[in-house]
Design a protein around this ligand. Structure first.
Ligand SMILES: [Zn+2]
Length: 287
């Protein structure tokens, strides 16, 4: 007798499962709002996430931690679950000056508004390398990039995944194309920590990927980031089934060195423009 491997239907959740999620989300959102208010959301733990749920809901949500990524169509490697990471540095008071449209008496004009980014976290060694890299960028082109998204715990990733299921017909297989399952995100892998960058004018590729792509800061990264151990995880037409994310770089000195050697030998596999249409909207891209 073979037992079903998954209780969850990966193509589409059952009606009972969908009802369960609809009951859970409002409870979880209260918690998320509170964590957002004190800027500790990226370090959310599983215990904190489960606390507002009853025992059935806890059993249900825990199933998502056991989904085999490959079976759900995930082509990126398993990174491991993470919570309570040692030596996380909090990055506070990052400010961007953004262009916003203001309409007054029927007339729309653009205004520059300052916004402080929510607190972000990076493992200390990655934070140090990031700073070193930004000093070099500033020296070269007089610009710096800020951290739009750094460390994200696996529990927070799990919340995001469950939350975004509603946007994709409650299909796990569809949702993984936009939000990865806990344990697969480079944002939750302190050893290969990913950073999503934003520039000082608030440009982060959302909603327009091209806007980030054409930045001089981005050009500088493409030429120099490898020297500091950072590598572009999801270039155009990557083979990992992930849409192009020019803002998402991971700290991975070994991979960066390999890439440098490959390029020196002229064997770099360049992306072929126009092979697949690149995503032109960031929308929700939480890998
Ligand atoms: Zn990212």
């Amino acid at each position: 007798m073979s037992l079903p491997v998954f209780a969850l239907n990966l193509d589409k959740l059952s009606d009972d499962d969908i009802q369960m999620i609809k009951r859970m989300i409002p409870k979880l959102q209260l918690l998320i709002k509170a964590k957002e208010a004190d800027s500790t959301i990226p370090t959310l733990t599983f215990d904190e996430l489960y606390a507002p749920l009853d025992s059935n809901e806890q059993k249900f949500i825990k199933q998502f931690q056991k989904i085999k990524g490959k079976k759900a169509g995930i082509k990126i490697p398993w990174r491991g679950m993470s919570e309570s990471v040692k030596l996380l540095v909090a990055i506070r008071d990052q400010r961007v000056q953004e262009k916003v449209k203001v309409t007054e008496n029927g007339v729309t004009r653009e205004e520059i508004k300052e916004r402080t980014l929510p607190k972000q976290f990076l493992p200390l060694p990655v934070y140090q390398k990031y700073n070193e890299m930004m000093e070099a960028m500033e020296k070269d082109i007089g610009r710096r990039l800020l951290v739009d998204s750094g460390y994200r715990s696996s529990a927070f990733q799990l919340y995001l995944f469950v939350y975004y299921l509603q946007n994709h017909g409650y299909s796990i297989r569809e949702t993984v194309k936009f939000v990865t399952l806990p344990g697969y995100s480079e944002h939750g892998d302190p050893k290969h920590q990913a950073i999503d960058f934003i520039n000082k004018e608030g440009i982060n590729g959302d909603p327009n990927v091209k806007e980030f792509e054409v930045l001089p800061e981005n050009q500088w990264l493409l030429e120099n980031a490898r020297r500091f151990g950072f590598i572009l995880s999801y270039p155009k037409n990557n083979l990992r089934g992930i849409t192009y994310e020019p803002w998402h770089w991971r700290y991975d000195p070994k991979a960066a060195e390999k890439e440098t050697k490959k390029r020196r030998k002229g064997k770099s596999r360049r992306s072929v423009p126009g092979m697949t249409p690149s995503q032109d909207k960031k929308h929700e891209s939480l890998h």
